[in-house]
Write a protein that binds this ligand. Sequence first.
Ligand code: NAP
Length: 246
Amino acid sequence: MNLKANTILITGGATGIGFAIAQQLTERGNCVIICGRNEKALHKAQTEVPSLVTRVCDITDAESRRSMLEWLKANHPNLNILFNNAGVQYHRDFNNDAASESLDQEVAINLTAPIHLIIELLPMLKLQEHAAIINISSGLAFSPMADVPVYCATKAAIHSFTLSLRHQLKSTGIRVVEIAPPIVDTGLGGSTRSEGASNRMMVTPKEFAMETMAQLEAGQNEVLVGVSVDTRRLGEALFERMNNRP
Ligand SMILES: NC(=O)c1ccc[n+]([C@@H]2O[C@H](COP(=O)([O-])OP(=O)(O)OC[C@H]3O[C@@H](n4cnc5c(N)ncnc54)[C@H](OP(=O)(O)O)[C@@H]3O)[C@@H](O)[C@H]2O)c1
């Protein structure tokens, strides 16, 4: 994939993995638009990387997406890459309190909103010579961590959906790519990120983004980094080992 001179929308691009990827893509001469709910976070990202274009958008809100789409059509009609990166992760204990109030949001942010965005942006993408849809799943799409069960289910669903979408869009020339990150040191899931995971398996957002760029440039349809290579290969055979750590 040519990663120069594209116009790219990264959902959730103000922080973590999305921001690290936005930095890498900006350095390669792309026009990078980042969106998210938190205006302050978008502003902070733009202070660090001034050429970033920012847009407040809650991707779970139909009106917010519609308004962003109209704005994109008017201001960035050459948009040719959609990077579905925004995501949330909640711990749920079904023996105690499975925190049902955040359930619909978790499914909406991780699964249904990216699909809505694809449906809504496809007409624009189809007008471009080189277009791509890039969905961020997770190494946990292939073998779940039981304490974040709904998160893992949404990521398994995104993996499955991406396979079908790639198949359906074959004749359009739109590339459909899945990126399955390993454990990356970000704010995902609150402060638990660096606590639960073995540091040996954790990479920084920058390390992850650099390896991702290399695999995208090499033309991979599935970008697998670090432990995601093992979870993709071994799948549920890893489940007991992953969930019964001392
Ligand atoms: N970190 C890891 O170990 C890891 C591993 C595998 C996969 N991933 C995946 O990588 C992606 C990025 O996660 P991250 O680790 O970089 O976490 P992060 O720093 O928390 O980033 C998540 C981003 O999503 C945005 N977001 C959440 N809800 C949104 C909504 N309704 N509308 C628009 N934007 C929304 C957040 O911005 P606002 O709150 O401002 O909206 C935030 O910028 C996620 O899909 C995650 O599942 C991460």
